[in-house]
Write a protein that binds this ligand. Sequence first.
Ligand SMILES: [Zn+2]
Ligand SMILES: [Zn+2]
Length: 155
Amino acid sequence: MLTNEIDLSLLSGAQKRLEIAETVVLPPFGGLDFAEPVSVALVIERSAETIMIVGTAQIEAQGVCNRCLGTFAVSSVYDVEESFTTGPDADPFGEGNVVQNDRLDLSDLIRQVVDAALPLVLLCNEDCAGLCATCGKNLNEGTCECGDRTKGDHG
Ligand SMILES: [Zn+2]
Ligand SMILES: [Zn+2]
């Protein structure tokens, strides 16, 4: 399984704080293909009925451009800042569902963080010229013989 689980019951005793430096394998999603495991550095702190998770996730992935379908490297660091309620009233199907039975699913958490940070439309470049609607040529690599470059103005 592609999960990294953290046992949060470790935080129920005297120790309320856990530092994690892990690599997490993520399945492809949202147009990203993770060539490398995600480097995750987190501090997990537990108070009465709340778990706070703060840190960073560094991804090295291959993205697929929405416009030209080309692949490009995505190298980014995302801030992680999440808190979960763990008390008896916590909704297991709510937003805190990456925590279940005192186990934190690290890959699920990171997937959600990256997913939320991703732009709605992945582009290899803001000025990506896309594909020719007529012949399908990648116009970033040069013009095609259809002549008319239908490059929309942006801004
Ligand atoms: Zn593109
Ligand atoms: Zn063309």
